[in-house]
Design a binder for this molecule. Structure first.
Ligand SMILES: NC(=O)c1ccc[n+]([C@@H]2O[C@H](COP(=O)([O-])OP(=O)(O)OC[C@H]3O[C@@H](n4cnc5c(N)ncnc54)[C@H](OP(=O)(O)O)[C@@H]3O)[C@@H](O)[C@H]2O)c1
Length: 285
């Protein structure tokens, strides 16, 4: 699979698996662990989670699936790119470090590949960044980043970062239905070689039901969800993390990473879901 270069070295696959809504109900746990295991067996390497998802439950599901996959030799640890996030209310200098340790424990890992501030809260950015830098130097995380940051937040963050390792990625809501970040945030990040991770890239399943998209997708011999994903990752510097539990969805979404859209298809997509003409506030789910 194609990968994006990180500004801090290393790379991240352009398509991964989201885990929001996993780990919320013990009755669904076996099905969710099975889904993550299947994802890894199919070839997913980037997996996104957060301490918020199921209040640690999603990290626990992921930890169990990773442990089983490693023991079964389905994958080697260094092939995986595991992302989690700290709650803003935990993102003090000390709190970020403690939250990271709790996440690592639930994930059953010694080190996370990318650790994000989930959204801006009341703790000063300087404190969160200092904690992130210390986690990098202690080898507990390989890279750090943010989520739900707009251009003005990114500018403030750059000032707070000083000489330490740079922010490696910003994860925001970007899909064919929500193209706002394409106007100024994505260009800002591209100039700095900083990947944008698109969350809810199929609008939480809604784009799979989009009639216009479905017609165009049928003509191309793919599904509407695949077209929605291929469109998002066709933008340079963008990775997508669709969440799926159903086997058919996992397979469809992974295959979307291999689709190439020609200029005519991209123009048709712009007609169906026009790009932004002006700056709009960053949307959040
Ligand atoms: N940083 C943030 O603030 C933030 C916010 C939101 C999300 N996220 C991350 O981004 C991930 C993805 O976003 P999301 O979960 O909100 O929405 P999404 O990935 O756009 O959509 C997930 C929904 O779409 C369904 N689906 C998946 N593949 C499909 C396909 N090929 N055809 C039809 N339906 C399909 C899934 O069903 P099944 O599960 O039944 O297969 C699920 O109901 C999250 O899981 C999370 O990791 C981050």
């Amino acid at each position: 699979m194609r990968a994006l270069q990180l500004p801090t070295g290393g790379e991240m696959p352009v398509l991964g698996l989201g885990t929001w809504r996993m780990g919320e109900d013990a009755k669904r746990r076996a099905e969710e662990v099975k889904a993550v295991r299947e994802a890894i067996a199919l070839g997913y390497r980037l997996i996104d989670t957060a301490e918020m998802y199921g209040e640690g439950g999603a990290e626990t599901v992921l930890g169990q699936a990773i442990g089983e996959a490693l023991r079964a030799n389905d994958v080697r640890r260094e092939e995986l790119f595991i992302v989690s996030k700290v709650y803003p209310h935990n993102a003090s200098r000390r709190g970020t470090r403690d939250a990271c340790e709790r996440s690592l424990k639930r994930l059953g890992l010694d080190k996370m590949d990318l650790y994000l501030l989930h959204w801006r809260g009341s703790h000063p950015l300087r404190e969160t960044v200092a904690a992130m830098h210390s986690l990098v130097s202690d080898g507990r995380i390989a890279h750090w980043g943010v989520s739900n940051f707009d251009v003005d937040d990114m500018q403030e963050l750059a000032e707070a970062t000083g000489d330490g390792p740079a922010c490696a990625a910003n994860q925001v809501y970007l899909s064919l239905g929500e193209r706002g970040p394409e106007f100024s945030l994505l260009p800002w990040q591209r100039e700095r070689g900083m990947p944008l991770m698109a969350y809810s890239p199929i609008d939480q399943g809604a784009l799979a039901e989009d009639d216009g998209l479905a017609d165009l997708a049928a003509r191309l011999g793919v599904t509407a969800a695949q077209l929605a994903l291929a469109a998002v990752i066709s933008r340079p510097g963008v990775a997508a993390i669709p969440k799926a539990v159903r086997s058919a969805h996992l397979k469809e979404n992974l295959a979307a990473a291999g689709l190439k859209l020609d200029a005519q298809t991209l123009a048709e997509l712009d007609r169906l879901h026009p790009p932004p003409r002006r700056k709009t506030p960053l949307a959040m789910i």
